[in-house]
Design a protein around this ligand. Structure first.
Ligand code: NAP
Length: 287
């Protein structure tokens, strides 16, 4: 229930399609209430066609900003005035701040992932990381990891739709950050085995293993795991994917994508309000 809507209440929310399943309204409205902020967060089911008009209205309506989900994360770019470094490299935005009519785009998915890795006790700065996939989640994580100071980034993709995107991402990371990025075919088990020996953190950012396809895994060869490796999954439904269960059985530390979701919201909240989200309370209630 929303309390105390006033003549000064500022609007924000989530644009995309579908959006009704999102946990973000609970996360942000509870946090606004807890901190006594006169803000409200709603969901708007908006596909790419109407996006320009909607963004223009949100700019003029003195909103504090908004989030974007599929299919609007890339489609929103032409309507924004400025982009964070991560959003420039990735070419996508999940959080917009309205700075007095000037719309600034950010990407907090990668920030959320890196924070969740730290919380899981995995210290990857100055070390090597491997990311499976080259879609939206993989790009956001790869670019943030490179900006944060991961020394080498091994991107792994199947040779299909994503391959060219992955090649571009590697080029962009090498040109714009101090991180050294390379690309390997997911089918090249020999190279994966060699790279994994010196890798600290392995991340599945493909949708393989997500319900209802719980039996699938991007790395069926479990001899690739070693106990010094932390293995994570961006998937959180199921809480433990086949990849994570097999990695855990091989002695690896593991964590899932639940807190990536929480911390991307925490980062967006900070961008909009300048204040810290009451994260522990949100965690207790919804995670
Ligand atoms: P996406 O843009 O469609 O990318 C999916 C990636 O997985 C692509 O590189 C795709 O390759 C690859 N892939 C799919 N099926 C594959 C297979 N059978 N073998 C090898 N690679 C395969 O999707 P996304 O938005 O990045 O989402 C990926 C996952 O992340 C989803 O499960 C999503 O729910 C999750 N996610 C979690 C969070 C969080 O907060 N925890 C946030 C965002 C996303 P192709 O292009 O070749 O198909």
């Amino acid at each position: 229930m929303i309390h105390h809507i006033t003549g000064l209440t500022r609007l924000g929310g989530l644009l995309g399609s579908p959006v009704s399943h999102s946990i973000s309204p609970m996360m942000h409205n509870d946090s606004f209430r807890e901190l006594g902020l006169d803000y409200v967060y709603l969901c708007f089911d908006i596909g790419s066609e109407k996006l320009g008009n909607v963004v223009s209205a949100l700019r003029d309506m003195n909103t504090y900003g908004f989030n974007l989900t599929m299919p609007d994360k890339e489609a929103v770019l032409p309507y924004l005035d400025e982009l964070s470094l991560a959003s420039q490299i990735i070419g996508a935005v999940n959080t917009v701040k309205n700075e007095n009519g000037r719309l600034v785009g950010h990407m907090t998915d990668g920030i959320g992932y890196m924070r969740s890795a730290k919380e899981a006790g995995c210290h990857v700065i100055g070390k090597e990381m491997m990311i499976l996939g080259a879609g939206g989640a993989a790009s956001a994580i790869a670019v943030q990891a490179a900006i944060d100071g991961v020394s080498k980034l091994h991107l792994v993709s199947r040779k299909s739709r994503s391959w060219e995107k992955a090649e571009k991402l590697v080029r962009q990371i090498n040109e714009n950050t101090n991180c050294q990025a390379d690309l390997t075919d997911l089918a090249d088990t020999g190279t994966l085995r060699t790279l994994l020996v010196s890798t600290t953190l392995l991340t599945n950012a493909t949708s393989l293993g997500m319900a209802p396809n719980e039996k699938s895994t991007p790395l069926p060869d479990t001899s690739l795991f070693h106990p010094e490796l932390t293995v994570s999954d961006v998937i959180y439904h199921p809480r433990e994917t086949r990849l994570l269960a097999e990695a855990r059985a091989a002695g690896c530390k593991t964590f899932n994508g639940m807190y990536m979701l929480l911390y991307q919201g925490e980062a967006a909240f900070k961008i909009w309000t300048g204040q810290d989200m009451p994260t522990e309370l949100i965690k207790e209630r919804y995670f």
